[in-house]
Design a binder for this molecule. Structure first.
Ligand SMILES: [Zn+2]
Length: 259
């Protein structure tokens, strides 16, 4: 009888030990996972886009995204041979804005999605405003971005532009489409409506024609490019390409540079 009780107690102890070992392994695995994610290593999701991790620099920031043409018109369209519309710019802009907002919220930011002529744009104060558009349904490829020609904070806006140039093509694989930035972009209506202290840019994601497979087929990848651009700006990852010395700095330079 004593022998039997000892066996039962031993086997119960062994079970308990196995459970404890299993719990320790799970805990260590969890700690390793959290550590890896906060160190910037992300698990790949099924659609090929890494889930967004928390970003300290984004915590509590206010981000505004304009879903281009929303509440106003469809923007550019693709039509088939019968003239039936098969794709609208507004639908692409909206999908990308929604997905980018979700990523930025996961990073810790507060995100507001605005219509093209949203009344909330009036004197909008935010940590960054990005207007999301796409180009016409022609057989061309590439993104482009612009900031306000008469920005009150040109250096800050240039940093935002530099972040887009670094992060957007890296995430999407889309090339820069040069020489097609128009006055519609550099004098975009929202630039003069928002508070002059709000950093702002307009991004044309790509062409509905040549980049349709990416824009329509992988909006989450496009959104990751948008979110990464904004997170780069919030982190201050990219410094102003050519910082302009202010007037007081001239004397310190000893006047060695001719204006
Ligand atoms: Zn547009």
């Amino acid at each position: 009888m004593v022998r039997y009780n000892a066996d039962v107690r031993n086997s119960m102890l062994e079970s308990a030990q196995r459970i404890i070992v299993a719990i320790i392994f799970l805990a260590l695995g969890g700690i390793a996972l959290v550590g890896a994610q906060s160190a910037g290593f992300h698990l790949s999701a099924a659609d090929g886009v890494s889930p967004q991790a928390f970003v300290r620099a984004a915590q509590g920031t206010e981000i505004a995204l304009i879903s281009g043409h929303a509440g106003n018109d469809s923007g550019a369209v693709c039509e088939d041979d019968d003239g039936t519309v098969t794709l609208t710019e507004a639908s692409i802009n909206s999908q990308v804005a929604d997905s980018a907002a979700e990523r930025l919220q996961r990073a810790g930011a507060h995100v507001t999605i605005l219509n093209e002529f949203d009344p909330r744009l009036d004197n909008l104060k935010a940590d960054v405003l990005l207007s999301i558009h796409a180009d016409s349904c022609i057989d061309a490829s590439g993104y482009k971005a612009a900031v306000h020609t008469f920005s009150a904070i040109p250096n800050t806006d240039e940093v935002l532009l530099a972040c887009i140039a670094r992060e957007y093509p890296a995430a999407t694989g889309l090339p820069h489409h040069p020489n097609t930035v128009t006055h519609n972009m550099t004098e975009y209506h929202a630039f003069t409506t928002i508070a002059p202290t709000t950093p702002a840019a307009i991004l044309e994601l790509g062409f509905l024609g040549g980049d349709r497979a990416t824009l329509e087929g992988n909006p989450d990848i496009v959104a990751a490019g948008v979110a990464n651009s904004i997170l780069c700006f919030l982190r201050g990852d990219v410094l102003t390409p050519e910082p302009q010395p202010d007037a007081n700095a001239d004397t310190e330079l000893g006047g060695s540079e001719t204006p």
